[in-house]
Design a protein around this ligand. Sequence first.
Ligand code: 5AD
Length: 332
Amino acid sequence: MTREEIVRCLRGECDEELFARSAKIREELYGTKVFLRGLVELSNVCRCDCYYCGIRRSNSAAQRYTLSVEAVLSAVKRAYDEGWYSVVLQCGEQRSESFTRYIEELIRGVKELSDGRIGITLSCGEQSQEVFCRWREAGADRYLLRIESSNVELFEKLHPAEINFEERKASLRVLHSLGYQTGTGVMIGLPFQSIESLVDDILFLSSTDYVMCGMGPYIEHSDTPLSATESPYTRAERVVLTLRMIAILRILRPEINIASSTALGTLDAAARHRAMAIGANVLMPNITPSADRSHYSLYEGKITDLDLTGFDIAYSHRGDALASKKLENKKN
Ligand code: 5AD
């Protein structure tokens, strides 16, 4: 796809063709299978002050919590007993020796309770190379770190100066070099975001360094500074832009794991299903103990449950590897 073609797709000039093409690739590789990762929201304590995020450190209205190691492991054990083989451990960003040890303890605990069978994805923000390395050595398999926007000017409008665009990109390179299966992603429909900048995002996400991508619509949170600036896109437009972004990425990177995000489901439950049909192959249902779910409020109205009826569920993340094999065979 040329840049011009991507622009036309994002403008909605070829929806029918676009979705037919991406759905076909999705179907050839993954059939109708949906890969589940159980999401545990470990803690909403965060050192960052991102202008869009409801758990930013300056939001004094956020009620802070951190799950105990026991609570996390028992939620994971329950999921494992039901047949789940993949979890995502996500939290606000913290940097301290005790936090590093907490995550290490969780990684070892999850591997132990599943005889090494559960795949672990971390989503715990930017860390030093040493910390990324310690978690990898403890057994983490994958790491999600969104670039949020690949456009440096927009990135700087979304984050205070202490969060640095070049450092974010360097962290992604470090993760890749440490052997993590690395994923990144962006928000779609932000204030100040142009279609051209979404094209840049697509080209960024389609780099072969990334084997996973999570992208979803931006949703305002009234306790954040960014909510004072209106987005140029209506919520309905953000939903359809997200679908087009997913479809284009599936065409450019047939084998990549693409999640259909909670944010998309929050704006439009049916769109989350539609995303699975036209390109996405991963769902991350929340398995956080329910008492704490409402506090992990990244944006307004964030849904805490996902109805899995009607999905063709594949519990094991090993299934993805099989699909990639299928692709390789096709190429040969
Ligand atoms: N709208 C949509 N997504 C958001 N995130 C944080 N705040 C918002 C918001 N207001 C996303 C970011 C982050 C992920 C955990 O949640 O992309 O990386």
